[in-house]
Design a protein around this ligand. Structure first.
Ligand code: AMP
Ligand code: ZN
Length: 112
């Protein structure tokens, strides 16, 4: 399987790590859309929210538990936005579930 984020998790492609535990890795987005833009991923390959099931949901839960820790490490005490894109219409470009953490300023454009 050819997956960019699995390669990052395995250390085959470099990243700027901001948080790591047994189940989760967080690293800086290479093309940031805000002063802080970090991606939080489970260390197992799940394509998107559309592919979460009873067998893999614990990995996603671990990501949810990590997100406030990532935000704290990044100094986002004034708030932040969590985004996950799903599939073609959602604009997902990397097919390994990931949660964008955006902050460090009052964020523009609120779609939801
Ligand atoms: P999405 O469009 O929701 O699938 O998000 C994919 C994100 O991955 C984009 O924001 C990209 O800038 C980011 N990205 C792509 N390649 C890398 C990389 N090698 N290291 C860090 N972030 C990356
Ligand atoms: Zn993957």
């Amino acid at each position: 399987m050819d997956c960019l984020f699995c390669a990052i998790i395995e250390g085959k492609i470099p990243s700027t790590k901001v948080y790591e535990d047994d189940c989760v890795l967080a690293f800086k987005d290479i093309n940031p859309n805000a002063p802080v833009h970090v991606l939080v991923v489970p260390k197992t390959h799940i394509e998107s929210v559309d592919c979460v099931n009873e067998d893999n949901v614990d990995f996603v839960a671990k990501v949810m538990l990590a997100i406030p820790k990532v935000a704290k490490v990044c100094g986002l005490e004034n708030g932040y936005r969590v985004i996950t894109n799903v599939g073609e219409d959602g604009g997902q470009t990397v097919k390994h579930i990931h949660f964008h953490i955006l902050g460090g300023e009052k964020l523009p454009v609120k779609l939801a």
